[in-house]
Design a protein around this ligand. Structure first.
Ligand code: FMN
Length: 385
């Protein structure tokens, strides 16, 4: 832990080390698709001392590469461009790419991210069992699964150790009660006391340290907005926080103004759960599109690109085309697009700069430096699990 001196109080901030990388602040900006966190936001966060994350999902659709027939190829090319652009903004920053297991081109996105210079790959929306295999030629790329339970973390660790002899470099615990986008829980579990940060973060920290005796930093995500929220998470044993919603209302965020305006105008009861065709609930802001969903697939929604491994629109003709809905939102159609957001959208009041958010969270305190001795992760054997 390092001591941060603020104007009136002095608190300990954890030193976050993810693989070889130590950000100045114990902060990851969560990946937000489609194109809500691309190079602009990720680069700005990385430049300001956090880890900036590009969401890899569906980048091709709205790129110059998309011909109407080459969705998967255009995704790879567009991701490479976003990584390069973020690197120009933050030459010395830490750039991560978020890759969702649920996507058909998950492997391509992971391989492209590693080849094109992402330092960290953060992966959820399913269990990222093959992530080490897809990145084995890039041992410096740090690998970070997102989980909602200790059980999921345990399964990942067991499989990675057995098949790949590798441990996660950090684990993000995303609690579904307030997080934005797809939630890692069934609809009936979203508000369960078993899936809160207060329950899962300390349980996972204890499991890793006491039972497995490995040093894997845990990050808390879902509902973190303020310095107090972050300090509370650190008090639970988290060594970092992952934040999404608060970064949408920044100038640097890649979302269009109309999308940010939805956040500025949202009240608590405008933030709802929708059933995504992925088979998971998602949190979003109520609009004309979400209102129509109960009546069945909206007009013009057919599966044309096969972007998801499992999609209810493709197999059961229920739900909607998530690629179309999220791309529409990115293009500023806030009536017919799906406006993913966390519960904290209701707290967005103004558009600010990324550096102001980080300043508000962590003040001007002395930045973390790579002084702390980090216990090397010992090699696990399957019998440990
Ligand atoms: C607009 C939006 C899009 C998101 N898209 C993704 C995504 O593509 N992949 C992912 O793993 N998480 C996604 N998330 C989740 C965030 O990365 C983050 O973990 C979560 O929102 C944290 O909770 P908070 O928004 O309360 O800070 C998304 C969240 C939002 C608000």
């Amino acid at each position: 832990m390092r001591e941060e001196k603020s104007n009136s109080t002095s608190v300990n901030l954890p030193l976050l080390k993810i693989g070889k990388y130590i950000p100045a602040y114990p902060l990851v900006q969560g990946g937000m698709g489609v194109r809500i966190s691309a190079s602009g936001l990720a680069g700005a966060v990385a430049k300001a001392g956090g880890i900036g994350t590009i969401a890899s999902v569906g980048l091709g659709f709205s790129s110059k590469y998309y011909t109407g027939k080459n969705y998967f190829e255009s995704n790879k090319l567009a991701l490479a461009d976003e990584i390069a652009a973020a690197r120009i903004i933050a030459p010395d920053g830490i750039i991560a790419v978020n890759c969702m297991v649920a996507l058909t081109d998950y492997e391509d996105m992971v391989r492209t991210a590693a080849e094109k210079g992402a330092q960290v790959i953060i992966s959820g929306a399913g269990l990222p069992m093959q992530l080490p295999e897809y990145t084995k030629d890039f041992p410096d790329v740090a690998l970070v699964p997102i989980v909602s339970s200790v059980k999921a973390a345990r399964l990942i660790i067991k499989k990675w150790d057995k098949l790949h002899g590798r441990l996660p470099d950090a684990i993000v615990v995303e609690a579904p009660a307030m997080a934005g986008g797809h939630l890692g829980a069934r609809a009936e579990e979203v508000f369960s006391s078993e899936m809160t940060l207060e329950k899962v973060v300390p349980d996972l920290v204890e499991f890793l340290a006491a039972e497995l005796k490995v040093d894997i930093p845990v990050l808390a995500a879902g509902g973190i907005w303020s310095r107090e929220d972050a300090l509370r998470a650190f008090g639970m044993g988290a060594r970092g926080v992952q934040m999404g919603t608060r970064f949408v209302c920044t100038f640097e965020c890649d979302a269009p103004d109309a999308f940010k305006q939805m956040y500025l105008e949202a009240k608590s009861d405008d933030i709802i759960l929708v059933e995504s065709p992925v088979g998971l609930p998602g949190r979003a802001i109520r609009n004309a599109f979400s209102e129509k969903l109960s009546a069945g697939p909206p007009e013009g929604h057919r599966c044309t690109i096969n972007c998801l491994k499992h999609c209810s629109l493709r197999t059961e003709k229920t739900g909607f085309c998530i690629a179309k809905a999220l791309t529409a939102a990115h293009k500023g159609d806030v009536e017919e697009g799906l406006i993913f957001s966390g519960s904290n959208a209701a707290r967005c009041r103004e558009i600010v700069h990324v550096r102001d958010v980080i300043e508000d969270l962590f003040g001007q305190g002395e930045k973390a430096v790579a002084k702390g001795k980090h216990a090397a992760c010992r090699k696990l054997t399957v019998t440990d699990l």
